[in-house]
Write a protein that binds this ligand. Structure first.
Ligand code: CXF
Ligand code: ZN
Length: 363
């Protein structure tokens, strides 16, 4: 069918809204009509070719919509269901059967191959040329998408669907890291470096599980004010105070989450860890090397990475929807809506920091 999509054609370039042809869903696939889609920094890092996936490509991996059609092998999902789209996984490898699907052995093939795993494209332009699609098994910068059983998560119908897409990536990454990996308790001091969508979700989740002390670190005062409202007990404004001194004044931290990927912040996060403390790396930037002092690490400190909050999306996404409905995970405070046609303004507002989580809507 004819669809409208935002196509990334050139590195560093703007998105262009175009009419494309979407394939019929196969036996294992689902056709979803998108209501809204979040914009994540990972989409933008493909445009910048920090993640070098070939262009032209339809990005988008935080979709929310309504199921239109399901293939013959799909079960548990039916036309009319409200769904949130997330990363795609195989369901058969050791990681998937071990309940850690974010480390699926087929992750690159199922999320970044630019088409179906068998190599067939899901998108063509009007001249019949294949356009990259199936990004995170969805390519949801479009009003319709082909998705898969395992990355299409049914959600309750009384929740505002247009707000829920980012639960498929950014918000579940921050929340899952807290809930599934770090599990802070009432005596834990947890510091979150960077108060974008992922960091704010981590702050909200830490508050939801009553972490003892929640420290938000950023260089933007307005973000830190919001972080306080969402649950931070302490804030460090790196534009106004020395980071290492401020962390020292807190007596160090048990847990740190870096969402920035900035080597100097990561070094400070690791440097602030108490013995047996853990620092989780979630973000990447263009600088990918960091220098660390080995000796303090030997005293039981841990540095590790986490993908997608190490979550089972079928469990975490409905749980976060419930928390939103109960007022415990107020993602509406972080989100701003843009019609698809204004995607380039949404991207500019994300880059400038004006909007924490832009959400594209399909009228
Ligand atoms: C991604 C980031 C790059 C590695 C896979 C998961 N998360 C989504 O934005
Ligand atoms: Zn993402």
């Amino acid at each position: 069918m004819r669809i409208q999509a935002a196509v990334a054609h050139r590195p560093h370039g703007e998105f262009r809204i175009e009419e494309l042809e979407l394939a019929e869903p196969g036996a294992d696939e689902i056709h979803v009509r998108l209501v809204a889609t979040g914009v994540c920094h990972t989409d933008l890092s493909v445009v910048e070719q920090i993640m070098p996936i070939p262009l032209p490509l339809v990005l988008g991996h935080e979709g929310a919509g309504v199921v239109e059609k399901v293939g013959g092998n799909v079960s548990g999902i039916a036309p009319g269901d409200h769904v949130v789209l997330t990363f795609n996984t195989c369901g058969h490898c050791d990681a998937c059967t071990d309940d850690h699907p974010a480390y699926c052995a087929q992750y690159p093939l199922l999320n970044f191959a630019g088409g179906r795993p068998d190599g067939t494209p899901t998108l063509h332009d009007h001249a019949g040329k294949a356009i990259g699609g199936a990004f995170f098994g969805q390519s949801s910068f479009a009003n319709h998408a082909i998705t898969n059983q395992r990355n299409t998560i049914r959600v309750r119908r009384d929740a505002p669907l247009e707000l829920l897409g980012p639960l498929g990536c950014g918000f579940s990454t921050g929340a899952g890291t807290v809930l599934n990996v770090l599990k802070p308790g009432p005596k834990t001091t947890i510091a979150v470096f960077g108060t974008g969508a992922v960091g704010m979700a981590a702050v909200m989740a830490a508050k939801a599980v009553n972490a003892g002390r929640i420290v938000a670190v950023d260089r933007v005062a307005s973000r830190l004010r919001l972080a306080r409202e969402l649950g931070a007990t302490d804030v460090i404004d790196t534009s106004a105070s020395d980071l290492a001194d401020s962390l020292q004044a807190l007596g160090g931290v048990d847990q740190a989450i870096d969402t920035s990927g900035v080597p100097a912040l990561i070094a400070a996060a690791v440097g602030a860890l108490k013995e047996r403390g853990t620092c989780v790396l979630l973000g990447a930037s263009s600088q990918q090397e960091v220098t660390l002092n080995i000796l303090p690490l030997i005293s039981g400190r841990v540095i590790r990475g986490v993908v997608n909050g190490d979550c089972d999306p079928a469990v975490l996404i409905p749980q976060l929807v419930d928390w939103y409905m109960e007022g415990r995970f107020p993602i509406d405070r972080l989100s701003a809506f843009y019609p698809l046609a204004e995607i380039n303004r949404a991207v500019a507002d994300s880059h400038s920091g004006k909007t924490i989580k832009p959400i594209l809507t399909f009228g």
